[in-house]
Write a protein that binds this ligand. Structure first.
Ligand code: KG4
Ligand code: ZN
Length: 354
């Protein structure tokens, strides 16, 4: 028998995602229309282009989700939608679509914080008999996305205490910028991950911003160092006066590895230290950068060495999607939360305070 469903909509950045989530955790449908190809020529997201693409694709994405789910409006308990943080124009498309659906079908509307979605992706299951363990409280959550990077403590559902946050760039932003410096195109994150796998030397050392004992993070110095290191590598390769020539692939691979290793080292070390300090019983990680193979492997190894379960969604659930909004939305709905039809976009919506 079919359980109760949440219809969830995500449009905060450059992915149009709609999902149907059963009993708060099982993915019945999860359709994502990516705008990566659309933004590749500009090497980054142009907000108005992103908003128009959401407008173009949101209804077809919903149709595909219904087809995959084989469900009906009678099965739906509520419509959940990301209302921030994100690009205003992009958020407005999803929110307005969600409101129209909730109003026409007389269903409750639940506004969801996108960052809470990245955290709650850790509770998602692909099948009803999936025996993946649920995260256990207290836990430490590491969220690493294109716009946000922070470490938070959760002692219970839906409550967060900020332990540390980036003081400048998000980790994903640093990946994207350094990817561009290395001529790897857009988005830089996945491209750096792939390039680093081909590295052979593993001796390019990039600086780490430890910031003392703090759980805060900083990536802008790393980005500046990367610019200098790439300029030096170009000079070494005899390319100083040839701005259009690309570095040899093996040099790009070694540099990608060095940069990635610096990010992974700091994120892992601080997350593990935070987990030990609060007496965490598990760690969860989410956000686009959590799709990075090196970060997943390193954090998994260090967590296992301390007997700490690490719960990380599969890579497609780390990057933006509707299912994670459904997981968080179901939890908010169960806690009695409802949004009015006056729900507005909150581009700078925070998740946690210190
Ligand atoms: O969470 P997300 O999909 O969107 C935001 O909420 O920002 O994260 C996107 C970010 C981008 O910066 C992208 O380059 C990065 O996640 N990313 C990765 C990988 N896949 C996506 N970074 C490193 N390695 C990856 N495999
Ligand atoms: Zn995201």
């Amino acid at each position: 028998m079919r359980g109760r469903l949440i219809l969830a909509i995500e449009s905060s950045c450059d992915e149009t995602g709609i999902a149907l989530i059963e009993n708060g955790r099982r993915i019945v449908a999860n359709v994502v229309a990516s705008q990566v190809a659309l933004h590749a020529p500009t090497g980054g997201i142009v907000p108005e282009v992103a908003a128009r693409a959401h407008l173009r694709w949101i209804a077809p994405v919903l149709d595909d989700a219904w087809t995959d789910a084989d469900a009906a409006w009678d099965d739906i308990d509520a419509v959940a939608v990301t209302y921030g943080p994100g690009l205003a124009g992009s958020l407005l498309v999803g929110i307005n679509f969600a409101k129209a659906l909730a109003w026409v079908h007389d269903k409750p509307l639940v506004g969801v914080n996108h960052l809470e979605g990245h955290v709650y992706a850790a509770w998602l299951h692909d099948t009803a008999d999936d025996d993946r363990p649920d995260p256990v409280f207290p836990l430490v959550a590491l969220v690493v996305s294109g716009g946000h990077t922070f470490i938070a403590e959760m002692r219970d559902h839906l409550t967060y205490r900020l332990l540390g946050t980036t003081l400048d760039d998000a980790a994903g932003e640093a990946f994207d910028k350094v990817g561009r410096l290395l001529g790897l195109g857009y988005p830089g994150g996945p491209a750096i991950g792939r390039a680093a796998e081909a590295a052979t030397r593993h001796d390019r050392v990039f600086p780490r911003a430890w910031l003392g004992d703090s759980y805060d993070l900083s990536f802008s110095g790393l980005k500046t160092a990367a610019r200098r290191i790439v300029t030096e590598a170009r000079a070494d390769a005899g390319l100083a006066d040839e701005p259009d020539a690309s570095l040899p692939d093996d040099v790009v691979a070694d540099l990608a590895w060095g940069f990635q290793d610096a990010v992974v080292d700091v994120l892992t070390t601080k997350t593990i230290r935070a987990a030990e300090a609060i007496g965490a019983r598990s760690i969860v990680m989410g956000g686009g950068v959590a799709a990075n193979g090196a970060l997943r492997a390193r954090l998994a190894g260090e967590a296992e060495a301390r007997g700490l379960p690490l719960i990380v969604p599969r890579p497609a659930l780390c990057t933006d999607n509707g299912a994670m909004i459904g997981a968080a939305g179901a939890r908010r709905f169960a806690a009695g939360e409802r949004s009015g039809l006056d729900l507005d976009a909150r581009p700078s919506l925070p998740l946690a305070a210190r």
